[in-house]
Design a binder for this molecule. Structure first.
Ligand code: A3P
Length: 315
């Protein structure tokens, strides 16, 4: 395994004081430990036909999607007052492919498996068994800001120590975890166009604007549709409220808890709950940055049918 890394392209984020180091393998950038996890998952993970993969690039709404999907599939077992989400970080409620590939093999409590892997790097059995995939994506500009703060917090740097402009330039050059981000989206988008029944695309902003219909779509797609009775009783709203940013971010576990991602160092759970605001990028981008990123988005996504420009990118 170590030999692989000797010859890989390597990049240290200029603003990170040497703390954020990425390697490029299988066409995407990542931390060494995450790459190792991905390689092991590709070797060892054997999907089941009923598995549903929750896929995303980091900072695009993964935590929210996991909380919602988990609540949907476990709603007969737990009600909103007994949900494990009240005391557990959503990431710890669902196995993470790059970390738990062995554990999933032994014990599946429900069909959900989370991963940040690009489409082309998913383990082969996922394709062989045509497992269902849910993909969440988000306005690139807000992802850039969210990614910046997350990495900055991990590197324990203040905003003065980590200039946003440098982080912006690096993201535009493709240096982001599991990135370039546009390649990540396009990989899943192309797969969706080829097989629309197998992949559900959810836009973070749409999930916010029309939570009820999108949560119903999600439940139906993963095979746990709401009954008429449940809809009448307000089950959809209960799940939405349980998984809302306001509720989750104020829970003790998410305010003060810690968890282990993939390596030994613990991470504060609160890093997954920052502002959850659409359009927060406006507080960071200069006119020049807006021009540059709009041009880049246009160049990368034009003609693909994927709408990330227009109203979404200008929010
Ligand atoms: P911001 O940094 O813009 O606030 P991920 O879960 O993929 O790591 O993404 C993290 C982003 O999702 C953060 O965005 C975070 O605040 C937001 N988020 C976390 N939980 C959420 C929830 N329950 N509802 C909406 N957004 C949420």
């Amino acid at each position: 395994m170590e030999d692989i890394f000797k010859n890989l392209p390597q990049h240290t984020c200029s603003w990170s004081k040497g703390r954020a180091i990425m390697y490029k393998y299988q066409g995407f950038w990542n931390d060494r430990e995450f790459h190792k996890g991905a390689i092991l998952a590709q070797l060892h993970f054997k999907a089941q036909p009923s598995d549903v993969l929750l896929c995303s690039c980091p900072k695009t709404g993964t935590t929210w999607l996991k909380a919602l999907a988990f609540s949907i599939v476990t709603r007969k077992k737990f009600d909103v007052s007994t949900s494990p989400l009240l005391t557990t970080l959503p990431h710890n409620c669902i196995p993470f492919l790059e970390k738990h590939f062995n554990q999933i093999l032994k014990k599946r409590e429900n069909p959900l498996v989370g991963t940040h892997l690009p489409y082309g790097s998913l383990p082969k059995s996922v394709f062989d068994l045509k497992c269902k995939i849910v993909y969440i994506y988000r306005n690139i500009k807000d992802v850039m800001v969210s990614h910046y703060h997350y990495l900055r917090e991990l590197a324990n740097l203040s905003m003065e120590e980590a200039p946003f402009e440098e982080a912006f330039n690096e993201f535009c050059e493709g240096f982001s975890y599991y990135g370039p981000y546009w390649d990540h989206i396009l990989g899943y988008w192309k797969a969706y166009l080829e097989n629309p029944k197998n992949i559900l695309f959810i836009k973070y902003e749409d999930l916010k604007r029309d939570s009820i219909n999108n949560v119903k779509r999600l439940a139906e797609f993963i095979g746990y549709p709401f009954s008429t009775e449940e809809i009448k009783e307000g089950m959809v709203e209960k799940i939405i409220n349980l998984c809302s940013f306001e509720n989750l971010s104020n829970l003790e576990v998410n305010k003060n808890g810690m968890h282990h991602l993939i390596d030994a160092s613990p991470i504060k759970n609160r890093y997954y709950f920052r502002k959850a605001k659409d359009g927060d990028w406006k507080n960071y981008f200069t006119h020049e940055m807006i021009e540059n990123i709009d041009m880049l988005i246009n160049q990368k996504l034009n003609g693909t049918g994927l709408v990330l420009t227009g109203p979404i990118s200008r929010m």
